[in-house]
Design a protein around this ligand. Structure first.
Ligand code: NAD
Length: 446
């Protein structure tokens, strides 16, 4: 009799039906029915194809993921019971190099969401001219409901299931929502054990002691800050004393709030999935960070007053940084959003309908594929350092990051001005053109 025979079959195959962590009623505004991330990503691509005048065949090729893998991820829980999750890895495009993209743990992960995030990674890598295609991975799990040991087992099993399609020359995962450098260490170890030797280049966003890069953990937020300061200045808004609201207080939102504050911006509100806090004088972000480290949420911070999560998006501020999830700025709320400048720390926070409203109201939106590209730039630096086994110091990384972010900003602003495009349209057109060029130069096999 096998061990599994002692466990009822229904238990072995049951999906995990635990309640997910509760979102504050106001923290997650429902998006309009069509405003799914994949719909948004495809609309943005269609608009770029319209500008570029590409054929329907090339459009279809660019709109369709090159490879998708759906895997079952069984977990033996700490209490001995067994349950099942679904995981995905989507490689959207491989024309410019190996696929690159984060791994997300969230109960809301779906194949369509991963497809959209993979497509945005393709454009981001092309726009920033890092030699990668785009990919994304996800497991439909709420990481807050599981122990570290359980998350380690989920990560190792997911990694072994997607092993055939990942590798330092094939597809290189990195952290995204719900995952971190610990997760990357488990992936690196699982991959290395399977191939029989240590392969640091299989992931980026690793702990520094395992070959991670200085500056990777804060790179996305540093990049967001470089772009936000440039965008404020571009709009004639004085950085010192400008006001900002940041949605999401995770890896991207927290450090963005810290760096913006250091630059003289007054961060008056931040939120997480449970709610938001507001202080008109500016939040003490360091102390708020300590409160979140102790309690797990921003609400209850004694240096601010509570605020409904939705209202954060509608505050009268100079700068809004959505740094949480997709689809939060949509046709239903865009007209009430009054921020002069919106810098997308998150992927896909703004629907195409909201983009039109912001354009009509003269608000500047800096798109995700430019604004949050700092993470993939330093991931690229980490991969280069790992492949050469030669490490750069923090100052070198930060300087190279700033140079690349600001060069891309200049390029997108100039391109947009020359062709009378929005920054999103300009960035997407530039990126799609580079990917299409790679396709055309390589030719179609066979
Ligand atoms: P994270 O898991 O570290 O943090 C997410 C934060 O968002 C948490 O504070 C969570 O409570 C909050 N949140 C979730 N739903 C919310 C809601 N409805 N309203 C308000 N807050 C909410 O994730 P992260 O790595 O900071 O990623 C955030 C976003 O940035 C994602 O869109 C991700 O794809 C994007 N991004 C991340 C990186 C990176 O390097 N981590 C790079 C580029 C883009």
């Amino acid at each position: 009799m096998s061990l599994l025979d002692t466990v009822p079959a229904a238990t072995v195959l049951a999906p995990c039906t635990l309640a997910t962590t509760q979102f504050a009623a106001t923290a997650s505004p429902p998006a309009a029915p069509l405003a799914t991330p994949l719909h948004d990503a495809r609309s943005q691509l269609s608009a770029a194809i319209g500008v570029l005048g590409y054929s329907a065949g090339l459009h279809a090729l660019l709109a369709t993921p090159r490879r998708e893998l759906t895997v079952a991820v069984p977990l033996r829980r700490d209490d001995g019971s067994t349950c099942l999750f679904t995981g995905y890895r989507v490689q959207h495009n491989l024309s410019r190099g190996p696929a690159k993209g984060g791994l997300r743990y969230s109960p809301n992960v779906t194949l369509d969401e991963v497809r959209a995030l993979a497509m945005w990674m393709t454009w981001k890598c092309a726009l920033l001219d890092v030699p990668y295609g785009g990919a994304k991975g996800g497991v439909a799990i709420d990481p807050l409901l599981f122990s570290q040991a359980e998350l380690e087992r989920v990560t190792r099993r997911y990694t072994s299931e997607i092993l055939p399609i990942i590798g330092p020359e094939k597809d290189i995962p990195a952290p995204d929502m719900g995952t971190d450098e610990r997760t990357m260490a488990w992936i690196m170890d699982t991959y290395s054990v399977n191939v029989g030797y240590t392969v640091p280049g299989i992931v980026t966003g690793k702990p520094i002691s395992l070959g991670g890069s200085h500056g990777r953990a804060s790179a996305t937020s540093r990049g967001v800050t470089h772009i936000a300061l440039a965008a404020l200045t571009h709009r004639g808004i004085r950085v010192h004393g400008a006001t900002a609201a940041v949605q999401g207080f995770g890896k991207v939102g927290h450090d963005a709030a810290v760096f913006l504050t250091a630059a003289g911006v007054r961060v008056v509100a931040v939120s997480d999935q449970y709610g938001a806090v507001y202080n008109a004088q500016g939040l003490d972000v360091e102390r708020l960070g300590a409160h979140v480290a102790a309690t797990g949420r921003v609400v209850g911070f004694d240096g601010a007053e509570p605020l409904a999560g939705d209202l954060l998006l509608e505050l009268d501020v100079d700068l809004l940084v959505p740094a949480a999830v997709e689809g939060v700025l949509h046709a239903g709320n865009a007209a009430r959003v009054t921020a002069r400048v919106i810098v997308e720390g998150a992927n896909g926070p703004t629907s195409p309908a909201a983009d039109l409203i912001f354009a009509a109201n003269g608000q500047l939106v800096v798109p995700d594929i430019l604004a949050n590209a700092g993470g993939v730039i330093v991931s690229y630096f980490e991969w280069v350092q790992g492949n050469q086994a030669y490490w750069w110091n923090a100052a070198e990384v930060e300087q190279k990051l700033a140079e690349r972010m600001l060069a891309a900003w200049r390029q997108v602003v100039d391109y947009a001005a020359a062709r009378d495009l929005s920054l999103r349209a300009a960035a997407t057109v530039l990126a799609v053109e580079r990917v299409a060029e790679a396709h055309l130069l390589r030719g179609l096999y066979p």
